[in-house]
Design a protein around this ligand. Structure first.
Ligand code: GRF
Length: 200
């Protein structure tokens, strides 16, 4: 754990959070700012999340994905990520905009211990283009969902959801930013409650 990582949250049980990210990293930043016990941040490419982790004094490891072709060795890549999380003694994983779908071995290594935040009200608008898809569908309300992540993308038990109104003038960037401002509060709060055992 980094020097700035606060002590584990609950009752003498070892809790260490691993965060997986690929994007600008504002959700990751909110997780760190909330004082959750982040042991390591793993990114799959050089990205804003990597810089935000470093700036916050949190350990960050780049497990760079170099292959985006159909022959991408997902199993080998997954085992590298699992290895890094294991070295940092991670007990719970929070995905925060991670762009690589990991192989089943990842979920087997952290059974029912992987959380995800998704910028739509699941089960509506699964997938990487959730915000644009919601706009294209003409919904007037969308939102965000925190759920247990499983092998099936954007499936798994829903832990928390919040609605976000869609305004007529919204483009994808404006709507996504409004959703993320909600995620930045909801996700850290839900992760904390999860690590405290409130969803068992
Ligand atoms: C969030 O909307 C998250 O739900 C999605 O990716 C976004 C990450 O945002 N999966 P940021 O890179 O942390 O700003």
């Amino acid at each position: 754990m980094s020097a700035r990582t606060p002590p584990p949250t609950t009752r003498g049980v070892h809790h260490a959070l691993g965060v997986l990210a690929s994007g600008t990293g504002t959700i990751l930043e909110a997780i760190v700012a909330a004082g959750l016990p982040v042991a390591v941040v793993v990114v799959d490419r050089p990205c804003g999340a990597e810089k935000r982790a470093a700036d916050a004094g949190v350990a960050v490891e780049v497990v760079e994905r170099r292959d985006y072709s159909p022959s991408f060795d997902r199993a080998a890549y997954t085992s590298e990520v699992v290895g890094v999380l294991g070295r940092h003694e991670v007990t719970t994983v929070a995905m925060a905009g991670f762009g690589t779908v990991l192989a089943p071995a990842f979920f087997a290594a952290f059974p029912r211990r992987v959380l995800n935040t998704h910028p739509a009200l699941l089960p509506a608008f699964r997938g990487w283009h959730a915000v644009g898809d919601a706009l294209a569908a003409g919904v007037t309300v969308t939102g965000c969902t925190v759920h247990l992540a499983t092998e099936a993308v954007d499936e798994g038990r829903i832990l928390a959801q919040r609605p976000v109104e869609v305004f007529p003038a919204d483009d994808e960037a404006a709507l996504h930013e409004r959703i993320k401002s909600v995620e930045r509060a909801l996700y850290p709060d839900t992760i904390r409650r999860f690590m405290d055992g409130q969803f068992s």
